[in-house]
Structure formats: structure tokens, C-alpha cells
Design a protein around this ligand. Structure first.
Ligand code: NAD
Ligand code: DAU
Length: 352
């Protein structure tokens, strides 16, 4: 069969990537989705069990740092478009190993851009290089204000510095070589299949197991939460309807202090576990703060909602309940990935 598009999705075995792959595979039978992933600790093919036998889905095990391998994939699969999500994504890990972030997030992105520049050179207008980025590139907000698309970048952690740099490279390739690019900068995602190093699945796992709930600093840092399936829907809209070489901020207007969020998770889990309200909150433990901890993220999503008509499909409580149900029903998924290497990471991160 000849496909209308052969879309290379990088990082498709990860959290957001797997939701994005599923949406494209199921919604667009006339596209072939080539999921390229190095299957690091964060990549898990179990996330895509339900679509792995679809005819329009292919998995390729590859590292975005392998430039020759990437070029071969462009050639072998006649890649028409890229949706690039592969990255090192956890801020705490970037503090202990910044170079790993520099390599994957900057060099890896440049390798993909180079392959696209070579392979699409006859007519860049027929192809899209979509780079999935983060709101953390804008820095840290005080109590007022929002992140706008035209704000100056001010990254504060090795992770956000590496993502900011990769965004700059994407724009530079658009400007210099006429690649058609799109960038989106999204706020904190939550939902099924998120690796339990991140706040929400870590807390849910610990509540279920009666373990302390480590809240960094005084818990007043603010994040703006978005259900992962709504992020995948926004990527679909921007990929298809977004203006070339523009940037879109994605967020669901759900600002919460970390401590408020953890208390909400405790209350929802008390319901789920038929416990008295307040039982899980007793597990809350304030621990040493994250170095350079960004205070507040808040997205202004006006461009996305007014020009592309995107709206989040769930409220934060609906999304949290769906997430809790998913983790509750998928304990085996969690057990499989929280063995061995994850436990060593957990001990090192939370032992002091
Ligand atoms: P994740 O850590 O769950 O998944 C990353 C995936 O990339 C994994 O499958 C991993 O195996 C793969 N990968 C890592 N290094 C690779 C390499 N060198 N070559 C090939 N594959 C590699 O990350 P996520 O939370 O799903 O984030 C996906 C993207 O979205 C990232 O670019 C991240 O910066 C961005 N983002 C994440 C959030 C969030 O809240 N999680 C918000 C905004 C933007
Ligand atoms: O804003 C988008 C970003 O959101 C993405 O680009 C990143 O890939 C993603 O990891 C996420 O970054 P954060 O650092 O905001 O997410 P994390 O889940 O690590 O932490 C959320 C907040 O909770 C943050 O203020 C730190 C705090 N925290 C986190 C952990 C893991 C705790 O208080 N305790 C914890 O144990």
C-alpha cells in the first residue's frame, strides 16, 4: 500500500509519544507511522501493545544520536514528515547528568534536522518537521503573568537549557535552509503511562504502598497541568492546521501548587481505597528542595484555542480520576518498570 504520509515519530515508546502514536495510527489509516525509539529507561513498547499489529504502524529501534542510522531510516521508509518527541525529559536527572541531556536533546535534534535537510531538499514545502518542546524554555514566573509565544527564552535547568537550544536549532534550520518547521511548547502533562519518576505517578504509587510523599521545598511551586491525550490532540491540530514556522503554546489553564495537587491526589486515592479522608495526607513529607527549582509555570493558550479551535477535553479532576483508575488497574505495568534500575535511581534521589 502507498501511504499519503510516512511520519517518523521519535520517542514514540515514551509517555507522550505513545499517546501521539496511538492517535495518529488510529485516526489516519492512510498514514504510516514509523515509531523510532532507543528504548531508554523511559521507553516501553508495552505502552503501544494495542496498536502494535496495525498495518500502518512500524517500530524501529534506533538512537537519534546515530546520524547514519537516522539517514538510513529516512531513506528506507521514505519519511515525509517528522514529529520529534525523543528526549531526556526529567529535570532531576538533568541536574545529576547534564551532558546526557545536551547530547540527546541538542545533538540528537540536530541529527534529525540534518537528515530532513538532506532527504527533503528537492521540495521542503511538502514536508513538516514538528518539534515537541516544553514551556520550561521560558524560565520561571513569579505570582503574576503567563508564558506567551513571543517571550524571550530564559531556561533555568540543564533540561530546559537543552530543550531551548534544540528549539533554536529548529528555527535556525527553518531560517537558513528553508525547512518547514512547527514547534509547540507544552505545560506539565499527566495521564496513563507516565514513568513514575514524575510527580503524579510517583505520588500515586507511594500512596498505594503507604510510603512517604516527598514534596520538594515548601510545596508552593506551581505547575499548569494538562491531560496527555489533550496534548496529543493539540499536536494533531498543529501538525495539520498550524502555520509553518510558527510556535504554539499548549496548556489547559490548570494551575496548582504542588502541595494542593498532592492533597487532591491523597483525597481521590482515599476514596479509591475506601479509607477515611485524611489518611493519605498523613504521608506527606517535605524534603530538600530541587536545586534551582522553577517557581511557577503558566501557559497563555490563546493562540492555540482561537486560531486552531483546540480546547482541552477534560477537567483536571476528570483527568486525575482517569489517571488514578489507570494506575490502579495497571499495577503490573508499574511493577515491571519500577524494578532494578528505577529502584537505584529512587534511592539516590530521595536518600538525603
Ligand atoms: P519520556 O521520557 O516519557 O519519553 C522519552 C522517549 O524518548 C522514551 O521512549 C525514550 O526511550 C526515547 N529516547 C530518549 N533518548 C533517545 C534517543 N537518544 N534516541 C531515541 N529515543 C530516545 O518523555 P515524555 O514525557 O513523553 O516527553 C516527550 C517529549 O515531550 C520530550 O521532548 C519532552 O521534552 C516534551 N515535553 C514533555 C512534557 C511532560 O510534561 N512530560 C511537557 C512538555 C514537553
Ligand atoms: O512543564 C513541562 C515539563 O514538565 C516537561 O518539559 C518535563 O519533561 C516534565 O518532566 C515536567 O517537568 P517538572 O519538573 O515540572 O515535572 P516533575 O513531575 O518532575 O515535577 C513537578 C513538580 O513537582 C515540580 O515543581 C517538582 C515537584 N516534585 C517533583 C518530584 C518528582 C516534588 O515536589 N517531589 C517529587 O518527588
Amino acid at each position: 500500500m502507498t501511504y499519503k504520509k510516512n511520519i517518523l515519530v521519535t520517542g514514540g515508546a515514551g509517555f507522550i509519544g505513545s499517546h501521539c502514536v496511538r492517535l495518529f495510527v488510529e485516526k489516519y489509516a492512510d498514514y504510516r507511522v514509523i515509531n523510532l525509539d532507543a528504548l531508554t529507561y523511559a521507553g516501553n513498547l508495552e505502552n503501544l501493545k494495542d496498536v502494535e499489529h496495525n498495518e500502518n504502524y512500524v517500530f524501529v529501534s534506533e538512537d537519534i544520536l546515530n546520524d547514519q542510522g537516522i539517514e538510513e531510516i529516512f531513506r528506507d521508509y521514505q519519511i515525509t514528515d517528522v514529529i520529534h518527541l525523543a528526549a531526556e525529559s526529567h529535570v532531576d536527572r538533568s541536574i545529576t547528568d547534564p551532558l546526557a541531556f545536551l547530547k540527546t536533546n541538542i545533538l540528537g535534534t540536530a541529527n534529525l534536522l540534518n537528515a530532513a535537510k538532506t532527504y527533503w531538499k528537492d521540495d521542503f514545502s511538502q514536508h513538516v518537521f514538528y518539534h515537541v518542546s516544553t514551556d520550561e524554555v521560558y524560565g520561571s514566573l513569579g505570582p503574576e503573568g503567563f508564558f506567551y509565544e513571543d517571550m524571550a527564552y530564559d531556561p533555568q535547568s540543564p533540561y530546559s537549557a537543552s530543550k531551548a537550544s534544540s528549539d533554536h536549532f529548529v528555527r535556525a534550520y527553518a531560517n537558513t535552509y528553508c525547512l518547514q518547521t512547527k514547534i509547540s511548547n507544552c505545560s506539565n502533562n499527566y495521564g496513563p503511562n507516565q514513568f513514575p519518576e514524575k510527580l503524579i505517578p510517583l505520588m500515586l504509587n507511594n500512596i498505594r504502598n503507604g510510603k512517604p510523599l516527598p514534596v520538594y521545598g515548601d510545596g508552593t511551586n506551581i505547575r499548569d497541568w494538562l491531560f496527555v491525550i489533550d496534548h496529543a490532540r493539540a499536536i494533531d491540530d498543529i501538525f495539520h492546521k498550524g502555520v509553518a514556522n510558527e510556535t504554539y503554546n499548549i496548556g489547559g489553564n490548570n494551575e496548582l501548587q504542588n502541595i494542593e495537587l498532592v492533597r487532591l491526589l491523597c483525597d481521590l486515592m482515599d476514596d479509591k481505597m475506601n479509607q477515611d479522608k485524611g489518611t493519605s495526607q498523613k504521608l506527606i513529607t517535605f524534603v530538600k528542595d530541587r536545586p534551582g527549582h522553577d517557581h511557577r509555570y503558566a501557559i497563555d493558550n490563546t493562540k492555540l484555542t482561537t486560531t486552531l479551535g483546540w480546547e482541552p477535553s477534560v477537567t483536571v479532576v476528570e483527568g486525575m480520576k482517569a489517571t488514578i483508575d489507570w494506575y490502579w488497574d495497571n499495577e503490573k505495568w508499574l511493577r515491571n518498570i519500577t524494578s532494578g534500575a528505577y529502584m537505584e535511581y529512587y534511592k539516590a534521589q530521595y536518600s538525603h
